[in-house]
Design a protein around this ligand. Structure first.
Ligand SMILES: CC(C)(COP(=O)(O)OP(=O)(O)OC[C@H]1O[C@@H](n2cnc3c(N)ncnc32)[C@H](O)[C@@H]1OP(=O)(O)O)[C@@H](O)C(=O)NCCC(=O)NCCS
Length: 226
């Protein structure tokens, strides 16, 4: 098993922000994922690549001996910035994608989904979407909605594959270039037709990538047990 889905933690924030900036360089201001971790409506997921460890520059830098004072200052600054939040440094896991949803009543809304550029087209976005659908069903949502740029065809293909259809258009939705957004939605994710199609897609995914992924399941059970 290589790719693992789990809940995002504070220690993942640096890498999540890095992926967010790579994926959405023109979105300003950037989302505040630290705040989202405390939002009771939000659920945030990451995918880790277990073959790699995240880089920890202060430890790995070749000039560490020469600039030991600088390293200590940087470490002190990081601790100062995240005072009271000591788990903010990466614990070494390498994050290759993330997703966030808000769950309100019977609706789950995808607020963000992104995969590191070097890892795209390897099933990671699909793994995140499968996890979102599983999680949304476990949290008793009936439908999943999202906005996507009209020009973002790769993302639209991903959603269409999982039975999202366009249900509206938001004119000038994106503040950077006033681009329109498609509003997309699933039908009822608990319905038999949706579930039949979803199970087929999951089986196809497992045949293609099954050996190397561990997806998130039974979240609701774990949440209520916690
Ligand atoms: C959209 C995104 C998350 C897809 O992730 P990914 O890991 O590359 O996608 P996957 O490899 O899991 O592909 C799953 C399906 O998505 C569709 N897809 C993904 N990339 C595609 C592309 N470049 N062109 C056409 N279809 C594409 C295909 O239907 C694919 O299924 P297939 O493998 O059977 O053809 C990724 O491109 C990304 O991070 N983009 C930047 C951020 C972004 O735009 N997020 C969406 C905001 S609404």
């Amino acid at each position: 098993m290589v790719y693992r889905v789990q809940y995002m933690g504070k220690e993942d924030l640096r890498q999540v922000n890095e992926i967010d900036r790579e994926a959405f360089p023109n979105q300003w201001p950037p989302p505040d994922y630290r705040r989202e971790l405390h939002n009771p409506l939000a659920r945030l997921l990451v995918v880790c690549d277990d073959r790699h460890r995240a880089e920890t520059p202060a430890k790995d830098a070749p000039h560490q001996e020469v600039s030991g004072l600088m390293a200590r200052l940087k470490r002190w600054w990081r601790q100062y910035r995240f005072f009271g939040d000591r788990a903010s440094e990466s614990d070494g896991q390498f994050i290759i994608g993330f997703a966030s949803i808000w769950v309100m009543a019977d609706e789950s809304h995808i607020t963000n989904i992104a995969v590191r550029k070097g890892y795209q087209r390897q099933g990671i976005g699909e793994l995140l979407l499968i996890s979102i659908i599983n999680l949304s069903a476990e949290l008793k949502a009936d439908i999943i909605t999202l906005e996507v740029r009209v020009s973002n065809l790769p993302a639209q293909r991903l959603y269409q594959k999982y039975d999202f259809v366009q249900v509206g258009l938001r004119h000038g939705y994106y503040t950077d270039n006033r681009e329109d957004a498609l509003l997309m939605s699933t039908g009822n994710i608990t319905s038999a037709p949706f579930q039949t199609q979803f199970q087929q897609l999951k089986r196809a995914y497992a045949r293609k990538y099954g050996e190397q992924v561990k997806s998130l399941s039974n979240i609701a059970a774990r949440e209520s047990a916690a």
